[in-house]
Design a protein around this ligand. Structure first.
Ligand code: ATP
Ligand code: MN
Length: 316
């Protein structure tokens, strides 16, 4: 039996989303619909990738829209340098599109850091904090406070949310004057300064084996990168959601506190992500300047990997 909402046909609503989800497709769609006024503002006009789980298959990230996408789904083309082709991304700007994605078993919503109107001007500087293998969430919280201090020392303020998975994301809203390369540089400088504040706790080491049980400050989320949206569910048992947490409440939470079942009760009519977000800010020039002296992690890691391989071969 098929149902319809806002003109969008909804199917198989009583199926579990994936093995061990413990959540039906109906619960996902009801949740998305209930938070639409809060999640659409963070998705609007941003090329969207979604993580879908089709029955009996592994999850996958979808960027390019499938051929059968209804014509009323807003979209934009983005040139993908890596694959040398145009990718047709959806723009989740309205309730119908959100419901359609929900019915497509799109569980996670990953927008880019810039909008279609300002492709070279990221709207946020992002720090992605990942706990060490098996590490406690309290470590991530402590590291997040280092980042907050490093930002404050540069005259910047941000908001923090759980990723819905293991770590947290810090979002610093920008006033649109800085271009991608400078935002990326400033992000590297913030990470380096936060690491300096407590090198026993936090690391900027891109190569896993160099992290030694520390929290990884990932400064590479910039440019065309995406970060999972606030309020987005994650493909994990119980469908935890990426959830805003006040700086003063970070010590009292764990990521599993926030799921498609618990989030709505905690939110009420509120939009804590919008409420916690400071006003858009200009980047600190000193931060940008310092950042341009720090190599891009991915590139540095590639060179280092080759160097170590040569050293191993030489040792054999
Ligand atoms: P966790 O707390 O477990 O780290 P996370 O969402 O932060 O969860 P990361 O692996 O740290 O996951 O990645 C950060 C963000 O980068 C993701 O939210 C996602 O938007 C983007 N991302 C990560 N891996 C990919 C990928 N393979 N393709 C596209 N985007 C990705
Ligand atoms: Mn992360």
């Amino acid at each position: 039996m098929s149902e319809e909402r806002d003109g969008v046909p909804l199917t198989n609503l009583d199926q579990e989303l994936f093995p061990d989800a413990g959540v039906t497709k109906r619960e996902l769609i009801d949740y998305l619909d209930a938070v639409r006024d809060r999640i659409i503002p963070v998705l609007r006009d941003r090329p969207l990738s979604v993580v879908r789980v089709l029955r009996g298959q592994d999850q996958f990230m979808q960027k390019n829209l499938p051929k059968y996408t209804p014509e009323w789904v807003p979209r934009t083309k983005v040139w993908a340098e890596a694959s040398h082709r145009e990718v047709r991304y959806a723009l989740c700007n309205d309730r119908k599109t959100l419901l359609w994605f929900g019915n497509q078993r799109a569980i996670e919503y990953h927008p880019t850091l810039m909008t279609v109107a300002g492709r070279e001007r990221p709207t946020h500087l992002i720090m992605d904090l990942d706990p060490p293998e098996g590490g406690d969430f309290t470590l991530v919280v402590a590291a997040a406070k280092l980042v907050r201090r490093a930002l404050a020392d540069a005259g910047l303020a941000g908001a923090v949310k759980t990723s819905g998975s293991k770590g947290v994301h810090i979002f610093v809203p920008l006033d649109g004057t800085a271009e991608t390369g400078d935002v990326a540089a400033a992000t590297r400088a913030v990470a380096a300064r936060a690491e300096q504040l407590d090198p026993q706790l936090a690391t900027t080491a891109f190569i896993r084996e160099d992290r030694h049980g520390k929290v990884f400050l990932d400064a590479t989320r910039s440019g065309g990168a995406s970060v999972v949206a606030a309020y987005s569910p994650r493909v994990r048992p119980g469908l935890p959601v990426s959830f805003p947490v006040g700086w003063d409440r970070l010590d009292d939470v764990v990521p599993a506190d926030f799921t498609v079942r618990s989030a709505l009760g905690l939110l009420g009519d509120g939009d804590p992500w919008a409420a916690a977000m400071p006003a858009p800010q200009p980047l600190d020039a000193g931060l940008v300047e310092q950042g341009h002296t720090i190599p891009v992690a991915r590139v540095a890691a590639m060179h280092e990997g080759k160097r170590r391989a040569r050293a191993r071969r030489a040792a054999d």
